[in-house]
Ligand binder design. Sequence first.
Ligand code: ZN
Length: 148
Amino acid sequence: MTDTAAWRRQVCAHGAALVASRDLAPGELVGGFQGKVSRALGQHTLQMLPGLHVELGHSVGLLAHGCAPNCVLDMHALELLAIRPIRSGERLTIDYAQTEDRLFRQFPCDCGARECRRWISGRREPVNAAGLAYLARLKADRKAWSTR
Ligand SMILES: [Zn+2]
């Protein structure tokens, strides 16, 4: 199935990314994937069920996070689907909190989406201490700017 996948790897300034290899319509299959299932949560794993993770190789493991993503993962069919029109060459993104209860590592986000959450954690874990400090700093900076 990977042979017909509508994605390709692209190396950019931030490292390798997954981009669309052709124009895609909402609902279209971007590609299927497989991987070894284990109980270990890793930087390049996706959660299938609570406590069960798929280890990913060089395809889906390269998907970037976006707070307003252009793709969604079907973790039953193990497929990546487009959820809005995607142009050939556009970077493919998913919301990491869509599949993951806990992230291997929480991280700051500056994806550019209007609804950007600024700090990304799993869907069932609180923002950690580093995230709370980061968000407080952002809020203080915003306040400082708005009073100038
Ligand atoms: Zn974001």
